[in-house]
Design a protein around this ligand. Structure first.
Ligand code: NOJ
Length: 743
């Protein structure tokens, strides 16, 4: 890999369009098998297929044996799927109960949150998105699937494809950031990686794009909070990655906890039936989020859990995760005539179809074994890929006076900061089967590279008030030529239920930086965090800043590779960094307003006490070399609505090192029948250039990439003027202009 590649969403997705859809032609052999099985099932057994429960062990002492209550339920066919049962031996044992001891022997589906790697933990998804390399991200998902499938798993609750414009929301870490175009490519790539060429292959997992929909739009960035957005924002911003995931063949989808404009997703037939199945042709099944069916009562849209079950199932939620609503009430609902057997059957069919597609009826164990686990899990090639993805995901935010890479001949290097030797946080907030003992901390990675030249002093904790370690850190800084300060958040500060109201460094970390600056040595701050932070003070005071997110099991080695210049950083931000929390939401593809900000004029859209621009814009990231953009050329200045337009730009490596650059293309529709964003990403290419080398990069703007939803929500290309903007980030661009004619 590493060849320059052009990313075209439609091409990428259409290649895999058929993966799931082909299985679902009515009247096929598969349908006949489903019908035959369905005809033998009791209502109770049917309901059982719609129930997903978490694995509960027999006791704390024997954590790998099924609790008697769960075993009885599986035997009775009252549970069709389990989550959080992991490991070939354990899943075998439970599957045997389903297959051998239940009346119809319908195999269980085993699900788990394999979000960014299984035991070989990759960088968090937000970091993977910073590579701007969808194919690399596909490979990472593939490795996760290979390992998890060896451990008896069938189904991952991933990818998380929620667009997030608010970094206070902790779950921004699990997704691909703020942009629907980049997010759609990453969503499709992950689905392809998890599901492989064929979901039925024993190394594949069924993907579950989540959380449908607009979960990232929570008011105030507070997890689970209310979402109130227009149909246009829903369709333009939040839905595209889901559509891309469905088109890539995703066989299941998880609905979200939130409501949108008064209707919780778990009861939202507009989303789950009209859009998902009607418009997009989704053939798989929808699973609720944890307890979200029962929570319809808390939302205040169902009076009882029974009502909640009826509402959710009727709206299109086929499976109830860990909430007991379907388990406890669906039988009664059918018996009382409130729920028709047709609605029940439809959901059961969808679930059974996925089980058939996985090949579970032929091989319920899918050849998972401890032998296979041992051979695949954390294999050298998996670790190597994790290291590669990690180093390609690091984003250089500042590098004054070329401080980085650390020069050959540098003497002592002081490594300070509470995250330097943290091999737990580096795995990120949701690290599946990952273990801290397998992870390389930054300190370990640096020691492996620079040995005895490293002086280490922790300085302070991630959070808390103690400055007791400051003196030791300052002492180390005084002795050294260069200081590397590893600062940021604990992994538990992002992810689910981890929203923050402030976005600076927690605890006394900024003070620690002030303290070591007293040594008057250049300081490179290595940031570790799960979200964009508001850190203008760090930007001002540090000589260099490297964003490393939570870089996974090989994170420390990857950081050393970049700090010492074995690898030239090429990551670009998938989300905007604000100056202050008060600016949020702050994203690049905003509207112009009638009064765009102008510094010298008061009466326009800005703050009087904060900049209105970002600290670091979307798409931003430096390199150890310097790229110059020139000669933006449009093949034509006027095209018809159905025409393609070739756009070229020359990129020169004006520095003295080989480097990679993500060349980004944005458009702006200057006057539409509805207002359009000031920029919309429509293409990007990652290229590698030798020192002094220049390359012409070509983009093709298609009618699809110029189209928009008109007031009737129809996708059209409207006549009028467009800007095309090309550069190395969303702020610094060359601009051209063309017209789409009215004919
Ligand atoms: C709740 C989370 O919102 C969801 O993302 C996850 O997949 C489930 N819990 C299962 O762990």
């Amino acid at each position: 890999m590493r060849h320059p590649h052009k990313v075209l969403l439609l091409l990428l997705v259409s290649a895999h369009l058929a993966v799931f859809a082909r299985e679902d032609k009515p009247g096929t052999a598969l349908d006949l098998r489903i019908d035959s099985l369905l005809s033998r099932m009791t209502i109770e057994e049917k309901v059982g297929q719609l129930v997903l429960m978490t694995f509960r062990s027999k006791s704390a002492v024997d954590s790998t044996a099924l609790s008697p209550a769960l075993e009885a339920e599986v035997q009775a066919g009252k549970i069709g799927s389990l989550l959080n049962a992991v490991g070939a031996d354990l899943t075998h044992r439970i599957q045997r109960v389903a297959v051998e001891d239940s009346r119809l022997g319908i195999p269980l589906l085993f699900g788990f949150d394999v979000i960014h790697g299984f035991r070989t933990v990759f960088p968090i998804p937000l970091a993977e998105a910073s590579t701007w390399e969808p194919d690399l991200v596909r490979q990472s998902a593939r490795v996760a699937a290979v390992e998890a499938a060896a451990s008896g798993l069938h189904w991952t609750f991933a990818p998380m494809v929620d667009i997030a414009r608010d970094p206070r929301w902790g779950r921004i870490a699990e997704g691909s950031g703020e942009d629907p175009f980049l997010g759609s490519l990453m969503a499709a790539s992950r689905v392809m990686g998890f599901q492989g060429e064929d979901v039925g292959d024993q190394t594949s997992l069924v993907a579950c794009p989540k959380h449908f929909a607009a979960y990232g739009g929570a008011e105030g960035g507070r997890d689970y909070n209310t979402v109130d957005i227009s149909e246009r924002t829903l369709r333009e911003v939040y839905l595209p990655p889901f559509e891309a995931a469905v088109k890539a063949g995703a066989a299941t989808i998880m609905c979200s906890f939130n409501e949108i404009g008064g209707v919780p997703s778990t009861a939202n037939s507009h989303l789950l039936t009209d859009i998902l199945r009607g418009e997009w042709g989704f053939q798989g099944f929808v699973v609720s989020d944890w307890g979200s069916v029962a929570e319809l009562q808390e939302h205040g849209i169902a009076a009882t859990h029974e009502d909640a079950a009826l509402l959710a199932l009727t709206a299109g939620v086929d499976m109830d995760m860990e909430g007991n609503a379907y388990h406890d009430y669906c039988m009664e609902l059918v018996q009382s005539g409130k729920l028709s057997v047709e609605v029940l059957d439809k959901a059961v069919r969808r679930v059974l179809r996925v089980k058939f597609m996985l090949g579970l009826f032929e091989n319920p164990y899918r050849s998972a074994s401890s032998d296979r686990e041992q051979k695949t899990i954390l294999s050298p090639s998996h670790r190597q890929l994790a290291r590669d993805v990690a180093r390609r995901s690091l984003v250089l935010l500042k590098n004054d006076a070329g401080l980085l890479p650390v020069r050959e001949g540098t003497g002592l290097i002081a490594v300070v900061g509470p995250l330097a030797d943290d091999s737990e946080s580096i795995l990120g907030p949701w690290h599946a089967a990952g273990r801290a003992q397998d992870a390389i901390s930054v300190l370990r990675g640096l020691r492996a590279r620079a040995g005895k030249r490293i002086l280490y002093a922790k300085g302070c904790e991630i959070d808390g008030n103690s400055t007791g370690g400051f003196a030791e850190a300052l002492d180390a800084a005084r002795k050294a030529d260069v200081v590397i300060a590893v600062l940021g958040e604990a992994s538990s500060m992002s992810g689910e239920a981890a929203s923050r109201a402030t976005l600076g460094l927690p605890g006394v970390q900024e003070q620690l930086l002030d303290e070591i600056l007293k040594a008057k040595k250049p300081v490179a701050v290595v940031l570790m965090n799960g979200r964009p932070l508001a850190i203008p003070g760090i930007h001002e005071r540090a000589t260099a800043v490297l964003e490393t997110w939570f870089a996974g099991v090989e994170g420390g080695n990857a950081v050393a590779d970049v700090l010492f210049g074995d690898v030239n950083p090429s990551g670009k931000l998938p989300a905007t960094f604000p100056y202050s929390v008060g600016q949020i939401p702050l994203y690049y593809n905003h509207k112009n307003t009638g009064r765009p900000p102008v510094d010298s004029v008061k009466w326009n859209s800005k703050y009087i006490d904060s900049p209105s621009i970002p600290l670091y814009p979307f798409g931003y990231g430096l390199s150890y070399t310097r790229f110059v953009y020139r000669s933006l050329t449009l093949e034509k200045l006027r095209i018809s609505p159905g025409e393609h337009l070739k756009v070229s730009v020359e990129v020169l490596n004006a520095g003295d090192r080989q480097g990679e650059e993500v060349v980004q293309l944005y458009i702006r529709d200057l006057a539409g029948s509805v207002t359009r964003p000031v920029k919309e990403l429509r293409g990007f290419v990652k290229i590698s250039l030798r020192p002094g080398e220049a390359r012409t990069v070509n983009f093709i703007l298609t009618p699809a990439s110029l189209s928009m939803l008109n007031p009737a929500m129809k996708r059209v290309v409207e006549p009028g003027a467009f800007l095309v903007q090309v550069g190395g980030n969303s702020r610094d661009v060359l601009t051209g202009r063309f017209e789409v004619s009215g004919d």
